[in-house]
Design a protein around this ligand. Structure first.
Ligand code: FPP
Length: 271
């Protein structure tokens, strides 16, 4: 949800007002997601780096805004069948914020529509560190329970059986969620900014110049429409690429020779 500061700056307003307007966008977008039965939407609301690097006054404002957003919108979440969850190092947030977060997730826990996940005090690298720590902790507990050493435990099944991609996914904050199909980045930024690095390995990315406070449900729908036109290949050749297409491919060496001949004729060949 990038661009709150710029939205405010363009109107000669304080950054805080950009965040306040950004909170309005959250509700519009979430209710559109619910209307089209999107099962999951995850919003990057506050990163670990925001927490460490933004002025205290801005961090305090964001915490107050988050609390008032939750207190003011739980009824609308329930009306729209939206369940609220969180990812991030939540235990490092102020205790009154944690209490309100827990209240909002409990108050919406029975909803069966869209799951809105707010990434708060979230950083993907620290999520992976937390997953690694949790895997080691589990292994130590199991070794202890079986009365053997960690080394013996690993030797029984082999390290491959004890640690693979599924184990890591299962220990991330997002273990219960599918990997995202689409990542939308507002305000034209062409970075990932430490967001779900593991989970977005094969996600499609949609970048819009629109600043987050101007982002509405219709823009979510536009992004989804754009996504629906894409062909996802997950490292393969895709559905439209058949074995016949593969056979019909010109041998790479011949193509390379053609390119060199063409470049030489234009005196552009690499020396
Ligand atoms: C990034 O824009 C945005 C944030 C650091 C905060 C996002 C918070 C909200 C949208 C409101 C609170 C959230 C909820 C869920 C109620 P920026 O400040 O970096 O903008 P800039 O890049 O234009 O300076």
């Amino acid at each position: 949800m990038d661009g709150n500061g710029r939205w405010a700056g363009k109107r000669s307003l304080k950054r805080f007002l950009g965040h306040q307007q950004g909170a309005e966008s959250v509700q519009f977008v979430v209710e559109t997601a619910s209307r089209i039965n999107l099962p999951f939407i995850t919003l990057y609301a506050f990163s670990l780096e925001n927490n460490l690097r933004r002025p205290k006054s801005e961090v305090n404002f964001l915490m107050k805004l988050l609390r008032s957003y939750l207190m003011g919108n739980v009824k609308r979440m329930n009306d729209n069948n939206v369940r609220m969850e969180y990812i991030g190092r939540i235990c490092e947030l102020p205790s009154e914020v944690q209490d309100t977060m827990q209240w909002a997730s409990e108050a919406t826990a029975r909803n069966t529509g869209t799951t809105l996940t707010l990434a708060l005090n979230y950083g993907s690298r620290s999520e992976i560190v937390d997953a690694a720590r949790s895997i080691v902790t589990d292994l130590i507990a199991e070794a202890h329970q079986r009365g053997c050493s960690l080394e013996d435990l690993i030797q029984v099944d082999g390290l491959e059986a004890r640690l693979d991609e599924h184990h890591i996914s299962d220990h991330l904050y997002t273990a219960h969620m599918p990997d995202p199909d689409l990542v939308i980045r507002t305000s034209g930024e062409q970075r990932i900014s430490n967001f779900l690095l593991w989970q977005i390995a094969y996600s499609e990315i949609f970048i819009t110049d629109r600043l987050w406070p101007d982002f509405r449900g219709i823009h979510l729908l536009e992004a989804i429409q754009n996504y629906q036109k894409r062909e996802r290949r997950f490292g393969g050749l895709g559905e439209t690429f058949t074995d016949e297409d593969l056979d019909a491919l010109e041998p790479a060496a011949e193509v390379a020779e053609e390119i060199v001949t063409e470049l030489t004729s234009k005196q552009l060949a690499p020396r």
